[in-house]
Design a binder for this molecule. Structure first.
Ligand code: UTP
Length: 466
């Protein structure tokens, strides 16, 4: 028996060339049938059809791209720190972490925020951030509400992790977990994919899904009710992020060369080949162009001194105003989608089971939060040092792996200690030859070490926890 709604859905699927997903529909249990119907009904089929045809995707006028201006490392920042600290003391800042990704490259079974990240104690990422937030709350005498975007694929596990860890000792009312949306993955010839006979293969709709989800979840409203004006935004996989950096927040909100809507931090690219998005200026707007979208002649172009012209690498750290997010979520605004070839598990009719493909077999559509930059007014970019703030956990081995991140953590902590006269062992390439961890409670920034009893020397290979 089919209801009218089911018949209409079947017709709509057919008219979008997606009728094949119902091939098992008649053999499903009533419960599976109902759940599958609800899932299918939630898919925006016209959008999928537009994406299959190549519409609704990000388009950039590369020919018009210029390097974006930025506040270079070491530039005078005037009253920015005092301004940022005043915002923090007045409770006008919230923390926003995007943690809805699938972390497939790292290969960790579980939300990435539960990954052991620190170099000596192996603290999970969520604890690293929670401790930093708690230390900042103590310093500024105000709570820093923490908003965390999860996805339907990891929200239950994330919530359980926070509960099991007693919300890391912070007030549970100051942590707000919410889910982002999903998009269906499609085959290379534009077909929806069954993951099981009763479910489609869906993927989280990218960190750009944050904009819709902030609104839909009530997070923006909650921020407004608390008097929050700005968010300190970062990704879950960077244990070195300086959360709610007062200098950055101050520059962002100062009104001086910044609309205060959306600002960004950058690091100088290691070399032309490094796979990071680059801050560019197109038609007077600051934008990020993904490395995969950047034409090689721009990627490799050098200035008169022989340095990379497009050297401002994006590290996905932003300051974003609540008012800007509210402006974007009024009406039917949507960020464009980017397509990526990925390995997506699918239901194999012959083997009658879900199969993990060895090679990419599908396209995932994701929105990127930095595409909102092009809609913001004057947007500020501030340079920071890679060693200070960027050691992401992306891959299981090699670049951006746990071992790689650990080395950067030790390097940063070694630099901080050296500033106070501690003798630090170094390898020939300058890397610190010891494992050094500094808890946020001990120091949020190097000058906090001034009042701490420090060792005179760290020995080669030593493990040190401060
Ligand atoms: P990545 O682009 O590194 O993706 O996300 P990922 O899903 O974590 O990892 P891979 O590509 O599968 O290996 C960068 C940041 O954006 C968040 C991630 O949680 C991470 O903090 N993100 C990504 C979301 O919150 N939602 C998404 O849909 C995608």
């Amino acid at each position: 028996m089919h209801t009218d709604a089911e018949r209409t859905l079947a017709d709509t699927l057919e008219s979008h060339g997606q009728g094949h997903v119902l091939r098992y529909a008649d053999s499903l249990s009533p419960a599976d049938h109902k759940a599958f119907h609800a899932q299918l009904a939630s898919i925006d089929l016209p959008l999928v059809s537009r994406l299959v045809k190549g519409g609704a995707e990000a388009k950039v006028d590369y020919a018009a791209a210029r390097p974006a201006p930025y506040v270079a490392l070491g530039s005078p920042v005037g009253a920015a720190r005092a301004h940022g600290e005043a915002l923090l003391r007045a409770g006008k800042v919230a923390v926003f972490t995007v943690a809805g990704g699938q972390g497939t490259r790292l290969g960790w079974k579980g939300p990435k925020g539960t990954f052991p990240a620190t170099v000596v104690t192996g603290k999970p990422l969520f604890r690293v951030f929670a401790e930093q937030i708690a230390a900042a709350e103590k310093r500024y005498g105000r709570s820093l509400p923490w908003y965390i975007m999860t996805s339907p694929l990891n929200s239950a596990d994330t919530r359980a992790f926070f509960r099991d860890n007693n919300w890391f000792g912070r007030n549970p009312a100051d942590t707000f977990l919410f889910e982002q949306g999903t998009m269906p993955s499609i085959t290379f010839d534009g077909k929806l994919i069954l993951e099981t006979p009763a479910s489609l293969a869906l993927n989280p709709d990218g960190h750009g899904g944050a904009i819709r989800a902030l609104h839909a979840s009530g997070a923006l409203e909650d921020m407004q009710a608390r008097g929050v004006e700005h968010m300190s935004y970062f990704q879950v996989d960077n244990p070195m992020v300086r959360i709610a950096d007062p200098v950055f927040l101050g520059l962002h909100a100062s009104g001086d060369g910044s609309s205060g809507e959306m600002s960004s931090k950058m690091v100088a690219k290691r070399d032309a080949a490094e796979k990071v998005g680059v801050f560019c200026e197109v038609d007077g707007k600051t934008v990020v162009i993904e490395y995969s979208d950047m034409p090689p002649e721009l990627t490799n172009s050098l200035d008169a001194q022989g340095k990379l012209r497009f050297n401002a690498g994006s590290i996905a750290i932003h300051a974003i105003s609540v008012a800007f997010m509210q402006r974007l979520t009024q009406g039917d605004f949507a960020l464009p989608f980017h397509r990526a070839k990925k390995k997506v598990p699918y239901w194999c009719d012959n083997q009658r089971k879900t199969v993990e493909p060895a090679e990419p077999n599908a396209i995932k559509f994701e929105a990127f939060v930095f595409d909102a930059l092009g809609i913001a007014g004057k947007s500020l970019v501030m340079e920071t040092s890679r060693t200070e703030e960027f050691a992401p956990l992306k891959n299981a081995t090699g670049e951006d792996s746990p071992a790689w991140s650990h080395q950067i953590q030790s390097n940063r902590n070694g630099d901080w200690l050296e500033k106070f006269g501690v003798k630090i062992p170094r390898k020939p390439n300058g890397d610190v030859d010891a494992r050094i961890e500094i808890a946020a409670e001990t120091a949020l920034e190097p000058d906090d070490l001034a009042d701490i009893a420090l060792p005179r020397e760290i020995k080669s290979g030593e493990e040190v926890l401060l």
